[in-house]
Design a binder for this molecule. Structure first.
Ligand code: PGA
Length: 251
């Protein structure tokens, strides 16, 4: 049995003041949830969020991490810095990083290994663009991204990794992959993991869907066999909406 994991990706939203308000609202709403609850916040909000979620069922995540331990990397943040703040998860390879900040399969892999080495749990994002989907390249794109991200990652490490399948055309667009489509595509990723490791390991790995997931479609998506959770952008910025997704099984 894979425990469902619902993670909010706040992206570049929320000041410290907004973080205080949102997390304070969220805590009672997600209390007792059957799914694991994660909020991934901007670096500047992490310390505030860490303090607020102490003793609750909300886990804390960051949105990126650099691969070096320290050094001349202006503007970057290391795994040690995150760990010291009480961060547990870290999103790696989000399509916005790939699209706007030159993230490649190789840098994704470097970040994944650095995160794991310090005990952070990577949420590794993969997904195809609309153009790739239209050219029937979904399978080859996901294969390449998955092989790239998992280079030199051991089977033991898989217990601390979550994959987020996010079709790029569904992110922030209001367009969701159909539940069946999302399920079938996640199956492709799981089969790829089985090829890289083995079937048992693949069956244990949690794979989320992401892309315009909201209260209205969460239950349908989560009912699919292969979908183990969601990575939620827009709808994670409103406590009531995010809580409804976390408690999708009550719908
Ligand atoms: P969205 O974003 O829910 O706003 O589509 C998801 C994501 O980019 O992680």
């Amino acid at each position: 049995m894979r425990k469902p994991i619902i993670a909010g990706n706040w992206k570049m939203n929320n000041t410290i003041a907004a973080t205080k308000a949102l997390v304070t609202d969220l805590i009672p709403l997600v209390k007792g949830a059957k799914s694991e609850v994660v909020i991934c916040t901007p670096y500047t909000d992490l310390a505030t969020a860490a303090e607020l979620v102490k003793g609750t069922n909300i886990h804390l995540g960051a949105e990126n991490v650099h691969w070096a331990e320290s050094g001349a990397f202006t503007g970057e943040i290391s795994a040690d810095m995150l760990v010291e703040l009480g961060v547990e998860y870290v999103i790696i390879g989000h399509s916005e990083r790939r699209q706007y900040f030159g993230e490649t399969d190789e840098t994704v892999n470097k970040r994944v290994k650095a995160a794991l080495a310090k005990g952070l749990k990577p949420i590794i994002c993969v997904g195809e663009t609309l153009e790739q989907r239209e050219k029937n390249r979904v399978k080859s794109v996901l294969k390449k991204q998955t092989i790239g991200a998992f280079q030199d990652v051991t089977e033991e490490d898989l217990a601390n990794i979550v994959i987020a399948y996010e079709p790029v055309w569904a992110i922030g667009t209001g367009k969701t992959a159909t539940a069946q489509d999302a399920n079938d595509t996640i199956k492709i990723i799981r089969n790829q993991i089985a090829k890289l490791y083995n079937r048992k390991a693949a069956n244990k790995l949690r794979i989320q869907y992401g892309g315009s997931m909201k209260p209205a479609n969460a239950a349908e998506l989560m009912a699919m066999k292969e979908i183990d959770g969601g990575l939620i952008g827009g709808a994670s910025l409103k406590a009531a909406d995010f809580a409804k997704i976390v408690k999708y099984y009550e719908a």
